[in-house]
Write a protein that binds this ligand. Sequence first.
Ligand code: ADP
Ligand code: MG
Length: 530
Amino acid sequence: MKNNPVQPIFILPENTQRSSGKNAQKANIMAAKLVAEAVRTTLGPKGMDKMLVDSLGEVTITNDGVTILREMPIEHPTAKMIVEVARTQESEVGDGTTSAVVLAGELLKNAEKLLESNIHPTVLAKGYRMAAEEAIRMLNSIAKDVSSKDEDMLIAIAETAMTGKGAEANKQVLAKLMVEALYITKGSIRDIHVQKKTGGSAEDSELITGILLDKERVHSGMPISVKEAKIALLNCPFEVRTPDTDAKIQITDPLQLQAFVDQEEKMLKKMVDKLEESGANVLLCQKGIDDIAQYFLAKRGIYAVRRIRKTDVDALSKATGATIVNNIQELTEEDLGTAGIVEERKVGDMIMTFVTDCKHAQSVTLLLKGATQHVVDELKRAVDDALGDLGAALRTGKLVAGAGSPEMEVARALRKYGEGLSGREQLAVLAFADSMEIIPRTLAENAGLDPIDVLTALKSAHDKGSVWAGIDVFTGKVVDAWSHGVLEPLAVKVQAISSASEVAEMILRIDDVIAGGQPEKSSVPDFSQY
Ligand code: ADP
Ligand code: MG
C-alpha cells in the first residue's frame, strides 16, 4: 500500500481567529475581570467618579456603573456580555448595576482557580447555579416587608440609593420629594416625570403636581398665567382642515381670493367660539395652531401651547383629568381638565409652561436643578436609581439592609450549605460564597479601610447572629445596617446575584472562540460611482 501524504483540511476561512480550550477560557475570564475592575472603584458611598470623553469630546462625569459601561467603547465579545449584565440590572430593577458587574467578575476570578486545579467547567457551572438558587432562597427568608405606608422606610431606600452620588448633599430633600411624588401617583413610578434644568442648585429642586412643558405660549397677547385653568387637550391640529385629496382651487378674480380667506377666517373663528363655549381658558394642542386662530385665542384671553409631544399629552391627561379630543367640534365641558394654575415661567434660560396644582393629579414632575449640565445629568442618574429602587421595593414589597450585610449573610449561609454537598460541587459553592464577599470588601477598600480587618469583624458579627451587620463606611465600624437606615429592595440583590451567576456560568461553558475575520473591503459594493 502506498502512503499518501495527509492533506491538511481547513474548515474555516483563512482570516478566522480561533482560540480554544484553556486559552479561550483564560482570555474570557480576563476580559470579564477587566470590566469589573473598571467599575469597582465607584462602588458604594465612598466610590469615586469616572470622567468619560467620547469621540466628539462630550464629557460625562458619573458614578453610575451602567452609564460608565455604556459610554466605554468596549469591543471584546466577552466583555460585552458583562456589560449586558449591567444593562439587564438597569432595566429590570434600576439600581445595583455596579454590584452585579463586580460580582460577575469575582465569580469568574474564583472559578479560574478551580479550573486550574482541573475541576471541569460544567461541574463548576452547576455548583454556581445551585449556590445562586440557595442564596436567593436565603435572602427571601431574611427579607422584611415594606408597603407604601412605611414612609420612613421609603425615604431611607431613596437616600441609600443616592448616598455617594452627585445627589448626596441634597439626598434628604430629594428623597422626600420622591416619596411625596410616589404618594400622588399612588405608587406608579412611570407617572413621575423627571426633568432637569440648569440654574439654581439641587436643593431648589421642586415637585410639580402637574406637568412641565418645554414650550412657551404661542402668542404674546395671551395671558402669562391662568388661574383655575380649564384645559382643552387636543391631538388634532387647530387649523382649518386641508382636504385629504389634492384639490385645486382656481381663482380668477381677486375678490374670490378675499372671499376664500374670509371663509377660512370665519371657520377658525367658529372653532375658537366652540372652544370658548366649552368653558376652556387653556388650549394644549399636540399639533399646530393656525396663526389667525392664535390671534383670536389671544383676544379672548385663552392661553395656548402647540406641538406638544405625544408622551406629554398623555401625561397631561393623567395630571389634569382632561380627555384627549381629536375633533374640536366634539369638545364638551366634560372633556376639560383642571389645574390650579397654568403659567409661563423662565427656568434657567428656558421658557416653559407649568401646568401645576392639579388637584387630582396622577402624574407629577420632579424638576431637578443644578449649577451645570454635568451636575444635573449626574443628579438625574442618581434620582433615576432611587426611583428604580422605590419601584422595585413596592413591586415586591420586600427589603433587605445594605452596607455589605446581605452579602456576608449569604456567604455564611452558602458555606453551611456547602457542607452537605459532594466534593467538587462543594468547592464551587464555597467559591461562590467567597465571591459574595467582594461587595463588603470593595465597600471597605473604597472607603480607605483595611479590608481584612473589616471582613474579619463582619464575619464574627454574622457568626454571632447579627444578620444585618454591615460596614459604616464613615467610621469603619461594624454596625446594624438596618437600624442605620441603609435599606435596599430585595429585588436589586436577587437580580444582581442571578444575572451575575448566569453570565459566569455561560462564560465558563465556552471552550472555543471562533471569530470570523472582517469582511474584505472589495466585498462591500462601491456606490461612489453612481
Ligand atoms: P450600585 O450600582 O451597585 O448600586 P452603588 O455605588 O450605588 O452601586 O453602591 C451600592 C452599595 O453601597 C450597596 O452595597 C449599598 O448597600 C452600599 N451602601 C449604600 N449606602 C451605604 C451606606 N450609607 N453605608 C454603607 N454602605 C452603603
Ligand atoms: Mg446604587
